[in-house]
Write a protein that binds this ligand. Structure first.
Ligand code: ZN
Length: 321
């Protein structure tokens, strides 16, 4: 049984403990400098394209069985020699993430290593660049349960059909009792889409937002001229917004620094600026407001006093510098 899974690999640093795990699998002892490690999500409890879903016990079993299993990179020339190996795997909940069935999302997150050799250099660079890949896992399951009636769904045994809805519930096959994990492999999403596939996409995604969603999902999308223009217009409007945002943050930061220095003169302007750079815009606005209020207490502004003498109305604008 092969299962394809959309994922993204991400590089990770290796700890001493992990290095020990890796060295349990190697012939020659490797140092931290000699290994490259990365995260890979192998599968999850979401209903997949085949209307099948692993149950939690299956995921837990796979987290055990996939340790030590070799991964293949089928897109690289001479990939026969390029392999990575999983040295640790565990089931992980993603806080707040819910599956389409309303369950807590759980995935099998594994860490894999490969030696830092010249042969692997391109592949390592590719993973460092965060290129999305689809992972295919091969495993065997013994249990194929119908989500509607709980009977074995194979061979049309129970009469329910995967993908159909019964009483508002999607019928799918629950895979469990995993007996073996054979291999996992990366299938790079091809940069060029062949014409046959593209045709389907053209009618499928008409609106810009749908196109963007498809891109975000890592799908291969070929644009028509019209779609290209729409995407370009959209990017231009985003660029303008981004520029506005940058200008706003710049002046916001200047305000925070100014009010902070008035409020607490012992502060260092450069440090405040650095802190601002790491703060979300919304929080930065709150910070600006707080320091502005404080600064107003430390140095009451002369226009404010003048205004009070001349007129009884208090204009809040005069608190602003
Ligand atoms: Zn059934």
């Amino acid at each position: 049984m092969n299962k394809e899974f959309k994922t993204s690999v991400s590089p990770c640093a290796v700890t001493d403990e992990e290095l020990q795990l890796i060295n349990k699998l190697t012939v020659k002892e490797l140092s931290a400098e000699e290994v490259y490690t990365f995260n890979v999500i192998l599968c999850d409890n979401e209903v997949d394209r085949d209307c099948e879903r692993f149950d939690i016990a299956a995921l837990e079993k796979m987290a055990v069985l996939f340790v030590g299993v070799t991964g293949i990179f089928d897109h690289n020339p001479g990939s026969g020699n390029q392999t990575a190996r999983i040295f640790t795997a565990k089931c992980e909940k993603i806080p707040g993430k819910i599956t389409s069935l309303g369950d807590e999302y759980i995935c099998v997150k594994a860490k894999a290593y490969m030696p830092r050799t010249n042969k692997n250099a391109d592949l390592i660079a590719e993973i460092d660049a965060g290129i999305k890949k689809e992972v295919s896992v091969s495993c065997s399951a013994n249990s194929f349960t119908c989500s509607v009636c709980g009977n074995d769904i194979r061979h049309g045994n129970c009469g329910h059909i995967k993908g159909e809805t019964y009483n508002g519930k999607l019928c799918h096959c629950v895979l469990s009792d995993i007996t073996d994990a054979y291999e996992w492999s990366f299938v790079a999403i091809p940069a060029q889409v062949n014409a046959g596939v593209t045709k389907g996409y053209e009618s499928k995604f008409r609106k810009t937002q749908d196109l963007i969603k498809a891109i975000k999902n890592g799908e291969c999308v070929k644009f028509t001229r019209q779609q290209s223009r729409e995407i370009c217009d959209y990017i231009s409007s985003l660029e303008k917004d981004a520029e506005d945002g940058r200008l706003f943050r710049k002046s916001l930061t200047e305000e925070v620094v100014k009010f902070a220095l008035i409020s607490v003169p012992s502060l260092d302007g450069e440090s405040i600026e650095k802190m601002c750079a790491q703060t979300e815009t919304r929080e930065l606005m709150k910070l600006r407001d707080a320091f502005r209020t404080k600064a107003g207490e430390v140095i009451p502004l002369s226009p404010q006093l003048k205004a009070k003498k001349e007129t009884k109305t208090v204009n809040n604008n005069e608190y602003k510098f």
